[in-house]
Write a protein that binds this ligand. Sequence first.
Ligand SMILES: CSC[C@H]1O[C@H](OP(=O)(O)O)[C@H](O)[C@@H]1O
Ligand code: ADE
Length: 289
Amino acid sequence: MQPMIGVIGGSGVYQIDGLEGASWVKVKTPWGKPSDQVLVGRLNGLPMAFLPRHGRGHVETPSSINYRANIDALKRLGCTDLVAVSAVGSLREDFAPGDFVLVDQYIDRTFARENSFFGPGCVAHVSLAHPTCRHLSAVCAEAARLAGAQVHEGATYLAMEGPQFSTRAESLMYRQWGADVIGMTGMPEAKLAREAELCYASVAMVTDYDCWHEGHDAVDVQQVIATLVANSGRAKRLVTALPGLVASDRAACPQGCDHALSHAVMTAPDLRDAELLTKLDAVAGCVLR
Ligand SMILES: CSC[C@H]1O[C@H](OP(=O)(O)O)[C@H](O)[C@@H]1O
Ligand SMILES: Nc1ncnc2[nH]cnc12
């Protein structure tokens, strides 16, 4: 099977360069509107899609992003692998602004977002023990090194609701909990990618030390933007390196991300809700049909 990489751009990443035959396409989903149109094209012969998570011009807040529509749209377009790029605050001394971090665990503190494709009439429980794809994360780490970044593999991402940044007491508590980085969008994005049986890697770009560090000013938007601007070349080179590192003939995911729903659906076939099954067509059609 030929892979197709979907890149989800975070704060400061609203466009990717170098796609051949690129065009912005409108994708309709049963979950409502995605954050924006999706840029589709080819990079070094591989089909790619790009969706700015907050929309071009940064219109959606972390809580107003329609995560279900975004993941559905990318799956509907044929994506097999998602690379999610995010700005994060660092909760540890050795993750410095400018560093790239491959997230492999989450603590989900979000509370005002739709976090599942499933529901009454089609109940499913996927495993999140290993919420990101190890294989795709290793590919992204290599791409980040090729792009000249300082890379840390393995980190716990604290997903907060926002939009305000944390209080100092919260920031200190998250450090005690063992979180390494903090952001506002990693969840439910990773959960939904798993439900949609997509390989998902989170490339977090450290922009600040949040507000726990005695030696640094508390985070503000200017700080985040300044670091993102300084890092934009590396982020672009990372994306450009991806097609060369992904096999053109894609084997099954060694971790089973592409079969996450195989034993997850609980609802008896004759009691499943027809309307919900129709909505699930793109994300889960292959196990429900
Ligand atoms: C501009 S600072 C806060 C903002 O940046 C991060 O966005 P993303 O994860 O999409 O890069 C953070 O999660 C907040 O949404
Ligand atoms: N310190 C921080 N907290 C939450 N989200 C962020 N995004 C970038 N820096 C952040």
